[in-house]
Design a protein. Structure first.
Length: 360
């Protein structure tokens, strides 16, 4: 059955829910812009996990961010119940007319039943409880040739609004504090804007990572051409170990390499990559951050789908194996090994060629 369009002019407040990882939350940002464009007088709020809040905070279309701390479960039953009740009370106080749920997380269905908005939309999913929770539905992400941004915007199409090109921009605001810190850091190391390459080799998922020896060889080749390299990674020990392995393998070249791993917040990472001439990385949140900041991006993809998750609306090159017809398989490495052959066999020359095209 076709969804009936809603009167966007009658919206007073709307809540957008995205309970996923950092990159997923950032790619939901266009929904905020499009919703504000469709209903200019509507106050648009978001509900995300606390650690992903930097992906949306400062967004010009956003009125308020509610958050869920993943550690509530560890605080004990009483503390968790108190935190959940405080969240529900805060959400109820906003009296939402519309809830836009951007995943199949069951919490969204419960919240819609408790908040009782006039309209609600979610991906089509199985089960009577889910079907009875929402007024509108849009197709769940099932097309491997369609970008996640467009799939998220299907939520508003289901309500009767067709997003424009302006709506589809992924907006990320680093903020003055992050900008100032990164400016000072670059000045301290003698790095000029647009005169260095930002390399983020890590991901929380090891099966998405290119081998350290190949990333080091790429850095060698780029520094030989006179480009300083800035390496970054999350504070996670595994990610920092990968960067340490890469730096050990990099030779002494004509341009320096700097290791900023574990030193930057997400907002500072955005400010840094905005000042780079080029970003090089794997399928990870920092790749999406670089694209959002308008930095030309070389994205190395293994088993994950580059058409769904590639850099959005920015000059970019996607580098994938030409020898593996099995990709994108969506698996956590070959036969669950956490190691992806489509990445371990990917030649340095192929990635370097993509870098040279964008640097030109």
């Amino acid at each position: 059955m076709q969804n009936p369009p809603i009167p966007f002019g009658e919206l007073g407040r709307a809540l957008v829910i995205k309970l996923r990882h950092h990159g997923d939350v950032l790619l939901a940002a266009p929904v905020l812009s499009a919703l504000k464009h469709a209903a200019p007088d509507c106050e648009v709020d978001a509900l995300v996990y606390a650690d992903t809040m930097p992906m949306l905070s400062g967004h010009p279309a956003l009125s308020h961010i509610h958050s869920i701390n993943r550690n509530w479960k560890r605080a004990g039953v009483v503390q968790q119940a108190r935190a959940e009740w405080q969240l529900l009370s805060a959400l109820r106080a906003r009296k939402y007319d519309l809830v836009v749920h951007l995943s199949v997380h069951r919490r969204g269905a419960w919240l819609v039943r408790l908040l009782r908005p006039r309209w609600s939309v979610a991906p089509r999913y199985t089960g009577a409880f889910w079907a009875g929770s929402f007024t509108h539905f849009y197709p769940a992400q099932s097309n491997p040739h369609r970008h996640t941004v467009e799939s998220n915007l299907d939520s508003l199409r289901a309500l009767g609004y067709e997003p424009t090109g302006e709506d589809k921009q992924v907006i990320l605001r680093p903020g003055e504090e992050a900008e100032a810190r990164v400016n000072a850091l670059l000045e301290q190391h003698g790095l000029a804007r647009n005169r260095f390459i930002h390399v983020h080799p890590a991901s929380r998922w090891r099966f998405k990572c290119w081998p350290a020896e190949k990333m080091a060889a790429l850095c060698d080749a780029l520094t030989e051409k006179g480009w300083p390299i800035v390496l970054t990674a999350a504070p996670d020990p595994v990610e920092q170990a990968l960067v340490a392995d890469i730096t050990r393998r990099i030779g002494v070249r004509s341009a320096p390499t700097f290791d900023f791993s574990g030193q930057l917040s997400l907002k500072e990472l955005a400010a840094l990559t905005a000042r780079a001439r080029l970003f090089v990385g794997v399928d990870s949140a920092p790749m999406h951050i670089a694209a959002a900041m308008g930095t030309p991006t070389v994205a190395i993809f293994g088993p994950s789908g580059d058409r769904e998750w590639g850099p959005w609306n920015v000059a970019h090159r996607i580098v994938t194996s030409t020898m593996h017809d099995c990709r994108p398989c969506g698996r956590d490495g070959c036969e669950g090994s956490k190691i992806s052959e489509c990445l371990t066999t990917l030649p340095v020359t192929q990635v370097l060629g993509a870098c040279e095209e964008l640097l030109a």
